[in-house]
Design a protein around this ligand. Structure first.
Ligand code: HEM
Length: 435
């Protein structure tokens, strides 16, 4: 198998310094299939794939051979528990997916555009004028509100504020917390190192508040009329007729939060960062939105998710050998369809580094050539919800705020846990008048 022979510690350091550089170098040197040793990530022996045919093969492989839950479990369980969709595999994963997926599909998502619009308007009204702010953080505040209302179904009031405070505190101390996720030995309090204990305390508080909310919701007389996702999950049933227990519901709520909040916020931050640097695209977008046509907006979102995929690769742990091209990958290897590299293929996307939404106007790439939401039975549950939210937010922000980049230099990709984020959070200045 082609791949670096450098010691695992060195490869890990290179990977953590710059995932995009690491992946691009790997593909340049070794081709579309290459191996790497990355300590602390899944099984540590990773094979990255950059050819859509190989990606298709992995996405079509069932959980008896390739398991996503195994790859995610170690970092997901401390946050979202043992019943998280992200860390389940096999029949239980499918049972949970069967209950969750229909809530995220089709026309019913339109129910949430009102909440999204209200929240974006409130957020924009609070942004400072003539002072730089980090768009990624502003968007994270906004996507948290949307999840609390549309997904958790919380209504403004005391519990809403308490839940938000606990969730914000939980996600705040992320540097120390993420270190502990990578290095399990740090999952305890050691002298002045309190990050893990602090995290456990605020997480327990969030769970306790949400548990009370679930108990009350189960008994709510208007449960059947309520349109939020939690209320529908409470009523959902697996094939054998069983529903989710309170513990399972809690874990899935936390899963939807951790999977849906930062990802969407980051994709929105990249959108504004790219629009800052491409005024012609921004002008065309504003003009098209004024006509009521959203085709170009859709193309902008597709292109943002191609050029700046928030999740640079997805992962499956092999339990049986899998032949990829001429290579036989052994059980224990983590196979990683690489979003970042597939999206940069010159043969699919001519001039791949250029931000050109037009490329998505006339032609659609095939299912395995545009993969920001992964694929197969693990495809992102928010793959319709997130672009819908992005549409509402981008439109309202462009209609109501005059924005400029805070610095003349485009922001590069920085790693934050395993996400690709703008290095300074897409720093932006809002000016007083509407364009
Ligand atoms: C632009 C925003 C988003 C991006 C780029 C994104 C990306 C992804 C990716 C790459 C995966 C892994 C897929 C795989 O392994 O094949 C995933 C899984 C998942 N995402 Fe998203 N996501 C986004 C927003 C959301 C939202 C808004 C939600 C829900 C509110 C969500 C819920 C989930 C869940 C539950 C999974 C696990 C699915 C499973 O394992 O069966 N995501 N997402």
């Amino acid at each position: 198998m082609p791949g670096s022979s450098a010691p695992a510690a060195i490869q890990t350091a290179q990977f953590l310094r710059s995932i995009d550089g690491f992946l691009e170098r790997g593909r340049r040197r070794y081709g579309d299939v290459f191996s790497a040793r990355i300590l602390g990530f899944a099984t540590g022996r990773i094979v990255f794939l950059a050819d859509p045919e190989h990606v298709e093969q992995v996405f079509k492989t069932g959980p008896s051979v390739a398991r996503a839950g195994d790859a995610a479990r170690r970092s997901v369980e401390p946050v979202a528990g043992v019943s998280s969709l992200l860390s389940l595999d096999g029949p239980r994963h499918l049972d949970h997916r069967r209950i969750l997926l229909p809530r995220f599909h089709g026309d019913r998502l339109e129910l949430y555009t009102g909440v999204m619009r209200e929240e974006v308007d409130a957020a924009v009204a609070a942004w400072p004028i003539d002072e730089p702010f980090a768009m990624r953080e502003a968007m994270a505040d906004l996507t948290l509100e949307v999840i609390m209302r549309a997904v958790f179904g919380l209504r403004h009031g005391r519990r809403y504020d308490e839940v938000r405070a606990a969730l914000v505190a939980m996600m705040e101390n992320d540097l120390a917390f993420n270190l502990a996720l990578m290095v399990p030995v740090l999952r305890r309090e050691i002298g002045p190192w309190k990050a893990w204990g602090d995290f456990q305390r605020v997480r327990a508080q969030a769970y306790s508040l949400l548990r009370t909310e679930i108990e009350e919701r189960r008994a709510a007389p208007d449960l059947e009329q309520r349109t939020d996702i939690l209320s529908m999950l409470i009523q959902g049933r697996a094939k054998d007729g069983t529903g989710l227990s309170d513990d399972e519901l809690l874990d899935e709520l936390m899963t939807l939060l951790v999977a849906g909040h930062e990802t969407t916020a980051t994709a929105l931050a990249w959108t504004f960062e790219l629009l800052h640097r491409h005024p012609a695209v921004k002008h065309q977008l504003v003009a098209e939105l004024a006509t009521g046509d959203e085709a170009y907006l859709g193309a902008v979102i597709d292109e943002v998710l191609r050029l700046r995929p928030v999740v640079p690769f997805v992962a499956r742990v092999l339990h049986e050998p899998l032949q990829i091209g001429p290579h036989v990958l052994e059980p224990g290897v983590t196979v990683a369809p690489c979003v970042h590299l597939v999206h940069r293929r010159e043969d699919i996307y001519p001039d791949p580094e250029a931000f050109r939404p037009e490329r998505f106007l006339d032609t659609r790439p095939s299912t395995y050539e545009w993969i920001p939401f992964g694929g197969g039975t693990r495809r992102c549950l928010g793959a319709s919800f997130a672009p819908l939210e992005m549409k509402v937010v981008i439109r309202r922000v462009l209609e109501t705020a005059r924005l400029e980049p805070a610095s003349p230099e485009p922001e590069r990709i920085r790693r934050r846990t395993v996400f690709f984020v703008p290095e300074h959070g897409a720093r932006t200045i809002r000016r007083a008048a509407v364009t």
